[in-house]
Design a protein around this ligand. Sequence first.
Ligand code: CTP
Length: 409
Amino acid sequence: MALNVVVGITGGIAAYKAVNVVRSLVLVGHDVHVVATDAALRFVGRPTLEAISRNPVHSELYEGVAEVRHVAIGQAADLIVIAPATANTIAKLAAGIADDLLGNTVLASTAPLVIAPAMHTEMWQNPATVANIATLRSRGVSVVGPAVGQLTGRDSGPGRLEEPETIVAAALAVYAEHAARLAASGDLSGRRVVVTAGGTREPLDPVRFLGNRSSGRQGVAIAAAARARGADVTLIAAHLEVSPPEGVTLVEASTARELQQAVTDAAADADILVMAAAVADYRPAVVVDSKIKKESQGDTLELSLVKNPDILAELGAARRAGEYPGLRLVGFAAETEPDPAALLELGRAKIARKGADLLVVNRVGWTEGFATDGNSVVVLDGAGDIVSEAAGSKMSVADRILDAIVALD
Ligand code: CTP
């Protein structure tokens, strides 16, 4: 699962090696955002970091103020890795100083923090640094290295930045441990969660269909996160572009009507249903048995479509009529409306129409250019009030959505 990883780079000679830390993380599929101090950018160029990370590099505290970037980057992070971490940065982290973008990012984040110190041996062994490292460790910060070896000058000893592969492996292991610890907290333990994901396809003939571009990533992330939090998960999958997570019961459905059947079967003994799938509202009125031929059509081909059942709205209505007692219903709405207030109004009308407990509204375009590989959502409750806003990797957004569901109890 792609993580949103912030790589903090501070001003030491070893900053050039941070390029390989960024590269290794990108190559294994993570979405990497570099936050560099001004001093770091004297050692390694912004264009290099932007090309390698495939994202803009942030360094200025007073840039991106409208999107509250000084906290947004930290809030969206799943993991923060600072490599190299200079003695000065370590001291600032220990004191909680936020006089630059990196300091703000770290303070605004609840993600695991991994630092890879690099400095001369005397600085590493200085009692101030020793005390600062002890403080950071006591707060749960993971420290990778430093290695012992040749330093920048003629000296050698402890203080050399760990090798980039070692830093990346250690950081990902720290994240895995953190995720496992969260899972062990198990706030969905024993709950039966059904998630629909992907996009339905409505056949026209044996070789063609009407479909949509949903990849299923957000629904799969919700299924994975619910599983990690202890739930018994059924994933109803409509043409996923990503692999389903381990440990869930997988039910494949192709069309809206197949998905409805699968949802109805699974909802009977479910506690929570999350309808993340993009379901076709209409299907061809007639499915032809053999391939539609041009010769039989002429210059235009008219398709007649009939309405599909609205699965969520029907469940909402059934629940109002007393069926499915105790079932929590969560819908999705991906809207293209650019105006935030109008978008929320559409969301409010939709949740009222569907009779769901929560509606996850995708804020398409609100944070363009930032969490490109992630998602940005607003969660509305039945009264149309905002109960949560989340931006970041699809995994972290999944956890915030599950937090909102857990908070309904
Ligand atoms: N949904 C459903 N059955 C359908 C269509 C949608 O259960 N036939 C569910 C989706 O899974 C999603 C929610 O309803 O959770 C909202 O889907 P969306 O396509 O945004 O809404 P529509 O009802 O299609 O409304 P509109 O086309 O007006 O936006």
